[in-house]
Design a protein around this ligand. Sequence first.
Ligand SMILES: Cc1ncc(COP(=O)(O)O)c(C=O)c1O
Length: 406
Amino acid sequence: MAYLDHAATTPMLPEAVEAMTAQLTAVGNASSLHGAGRRARRTVEEARETFAEALGARPSEVVYTSGGTEADNLAVKGLYWARRDADPRRTRVLASPVEHHAVLDVVHWLGEHEGATVEYLPVDTVGRVHPEALREAIARDPGNVALATVMWANNEIGTVQPVRELADVAAEFGVPLHADAVQAVGQLPVDFASSGLAAMTVSGHKIGGPYGIGALLLGREYTPVPVLHGGGQERQVRSGTLDTPAIAAFAEAARITTERQEWFAREIGGLRDDLIAAVRAAVSDAILGGAPPQGPPQAPASAPASGSASLLGRLPANAHFTFPGCEGDSLLLLLDAQGIECSTGSACTAGIAQPSHVLLATGTDPDLARGTLRFSLGHTSTTADVEAVAQAIGPAVERARTAGLS
Ligand SMILES: Cc1ncc(COP(=O)(O)O)c(C=O)c1O
């Protein structure tokens, strides 16, 4: 089997499994005052410190959630409501059109149900938001902007955004900027403090931790209106009994994955480059989506701020292709039959394949946008995975082309 869908979910790291299993038999609600509760609380707080340190945040800036989707909802809905409550004029939400559905559907919902005016920022042909575009959008009426949200790196085509520069522009106008960093952590240097962000989303199962756990890193000066009400845990912004085993494992995964980030970018990035070369050799008209690979970032003379332009490119583990004349789903199933597991990159709606909103936003022709595959590598990827793709992709594309677009 060649598992090449790590952007969907990546195997848990053995150390995270160990940290989780060590807690599964322990009892104690981290909010209880007795010994067992205090032990659970200690585990949670130690994990919070580990997690915060791994991502350049303060422990008090970590709000645990049930995953990336919930953290995105809390950031976008919560900050919208809080900013609008403080000033009713603030109803404009600025978002990139290449966001994951966990952000895109939230801003759409705010527009439908909460009186928000949603404005999509222009992107270039690789899906990048330019800081001047954000400046132009905010400057048109800075007083009515509730928040802006632009993902750190795109889950489909791997494009990395100039987070630091975007945050600088937002800060000039006092507008909070949220970034979904679900795909960036472990692949790029991610440092919350130097990013300038108001809020940042992380997910456990994308970094070698468990499913069902995530976090919103949230600057101390922000108090979003809660999405979940209840016992008042997590700074009163996210109620619910804390999942001590998952939190312990999540922190361990964050610690290891950020420690190994340079290795990952170099080694897994190298494998990804081999995969791109193999696909191009087998299918001469395959089109690589997103920004061109740059290899690992060169050591700069002075350390650049996290997310600065000098580190831009694409995610080191992402290879996204369009195969003209093919249906992505057919290709995916043909490769699956050969033991190669990948993705078309876009979610389907009610079982019907739709051209990806990300590709459409980059100006890709809708017919072309139906023939995509995303190969995403991870910490367990090997040269054998790349060889399997090199062998199978040519014949699969030929067969899919014979079948034509349905
Ligand atoms: C960019 C991005 N944001 C958010 C999510 C959702 O995260 P979770 O699965 O933890 O809810 C994903 C998962 O596919 C993602 O890729």
